[in-house]
Design a protein. Structure first.
Length: 301
């Protein structure tokens, strides 16, 4: 399947294909939307993410045609572009499947949620590509993957960057279904985005049991401290009251961005190890109970 990539691409509605960015280097940081979640699976197999990068840059570079999904082969590093059908459906359907296969790293789905323009895409781009640039609003959802090495173990984060604009709110829950972790992002210079983060949390509470997923509250744009409308104490207090992890970041200055993702990754891994430990203990207990009666007597001596 080939995709025409056009500068100044049009936005798409659910069910129609959108356009992707065309500037060179887009191959490296070019974002595809993942396949449509189950509930909208009647739409074509994948939604494409609209170019998020500056019009000027796009004008500079002109049209190109790129085969769908071939960016993977052309790029190095840990950013991957999802190929339609490769990611998404099964996982969005809700099954968390941390360990892909024996010997393979754990795989976790992490979703970025928050109002428009709070910096979700910028945080993802900074973390995955160590890059920061002027971006256009996300349409639908963008998708990154990154392998995180935590020393004792490594894990793969599938990062879903959702659109924050109000008009996409109603479809966002389709993207956070099946998530293992959520970054709830607000802009410290916008009180409304902090209020909205609290609203997002209510949406999450409808979808997940308490403690089922790791949620980190992230106050972004600390480089704009003079315009701050939400104090660090307010952020902390809210996070504590809801038992969320909490950090403030600046995607622009690369302040605490890696720390946010690493902290979430560590928490996910710890939970997984605890779960595995519990399973092993339960299996051991079951094995003990299933021993032949004579053997049990012997051990009970
Ligand atoms: N000063 C400053 N600007 C930032 C920071 N992070 C993002 N921005 C800017 O804020 C604007 C919005 O950033 P995005 O990353 O597109 O925000 P988003 O939350 O993904 O927005 P939607 O796609 O609409 O949901 C862009 O102009 C960014 O350059 C930051 O840490 N500091």
């Amino acid at each position: 399947m080939h995709l025409a990539l056009r500068p100044g691409g049009r936005r798409f509605d659910l069910g129609a294909e959108g356009w992707a960015p065309s500037w060179p280097g887009a191959a490296a940081s070019y974002l595809f939307s993942p396949p449509v979640p189950t509930a909208v699976a009647t739409a074509p197999a994948c939604l494409w993410r609209e170019a998020k990068f500056s019009q000027a840059r796009r004008r500079e570079k002109g049209d190109r045609e790129l085969p769908c999904g071939t960016q993977n082969a052309q790029q190095s590093g840990s950013l991957e572009v999802s190929r339609p059908g490769e990611h998404g459906m099964a996982q969005v359907a809700g099954a968390s499947r941390p360990r892909a296969a024996p010997g393979q790293p754990f795989v976790f789905k992490l979703v970025l949620l928050g109002s428009g323009s709070v910096g979700k895409s910028s945080l993802a781009l900074r973390y995955v590509k160590n890059d920061f640039r002027s971006t256009l609003p996300t349409v639908g959802c963008a998708f990154f993957t990154k392998v995180v090495d935590l020393g004792a173990a490594s894990l793969k984060l599938e990062i879903w960057d959702t659109a924050g604009q109000e008009k996409y709110h109603s479809v966002c829950h389709l993207y956070f279904r099946g998530a293992n972790a959520v970054l709830l992002v607000y802009d410290i210079t916008r009180k409304d985005s902090f209020d909205m983060a609290q609203q997002w949390l209510k949406d999450l509470e409808k979808e997940f049991h308490p403690g089922e997923i790791v949620v980190m509250l992230v106050g972004n744009k600390t480089d704009l401290g003079e315009e701050r409308e939400v104090t660090i104490e307010e952020g902390k207090e809210f996070a504590e009251s809801k038992r969320l992890l909490f950090m403030e970041t600046s995607a622009r200055l690369n302040h605490q961005v890696t720390e946010v993702f690493s902290a979430v990754a560590r928490e996910l891994l710890q939970r997984e190890e605890r779960k595995e430990g519990q399973t092993q203990r339960r299996d051991a207990r079951l094995a003990l109970n299933e021993r032949p009666a004579g053997q049990a007597k012997c051990c009970a001596r």
